[in-house]
Design a binder for this molecule. Sequence first.
Ligand SMILES: O=C(O)CCC(=O)C(=O)O
Length: 265
Amino acid sequence: MKYNAKKIAEELLKGNGYYVVPKLFSKKDVKVAREQIIEIAKSYQATQKIKNQKELSVLSVTNHVWNLIDKHEVFRKLVQHDLIIEVFSIILGNELKLGSFAARIQQPGDKRQLPHLDYPYWDMYKLKSFPKYINSSFAMNCQSTIMIDDFTLKNGATMVGPGSQLRGYFPKEEEFWPIMKQTTGEAGSVMLMTGLLWHGAGDNKTNKPRVGILGQYLPKFVKPMEDQLASVDMKVIKKCNKKLQNLLGVGYPYPQVLDSTKLDY
Ligand SMILES: O=C(O)CCC(=O)C(=O)O
């Protein structure tokens, strides 16, 4: 299926604020990704202090597996899908950077999240810590949510507030719940949005974990949330193609020491 990246970008910016691309990723890639995420999440059980033994019966004690780029080649493939990069380059500029690529597991029984914005807007409830007149005139974050399991109304498919990306302020619950919709889809589908869209994971009322991968993409001038160059092994980075190296920030020159008296000759 051929998608029109410009139209999708327009929908994220000026339309409903989100777009679900059905089954963008192959069953094989999704299976490998799921196996990897589960294996890593399970290994956390051994290293984390578990207060409640019952937690051992679910997939893991964690809601996140961070730094996926370092963990397996399948993630290095998923993160740079042409359609995602094309759409997000229109919105963020063609030197966009990866802010984070992490699995998020909505565990059985996990309650819905409060509606929120994503980094760097996530704490915009502290309005004074942001520039005066900050608004939604341009986006400083794009998010991809890759559905590693089917996302359903029962297992906590991501909740969104259609059109809320235009409001430019932190979500108010009384404004979110009346407009809330859930973004369902089969495993391998991806939901695209900007970090300005009011959203959050839904209630997982099933007895199985709901796994997704959250990809955070930023304009080149926003500091990434995960320090890619410090987190991903240099041996892995050297083997990445140019497109992924650029996403990880290889060669991006700032900040740098420009004061010659501080340079080590
Ligand atoms: O897992 C989801 O559906 C959304 C998660 C999310 O919005 C977050 O953790 O910031």
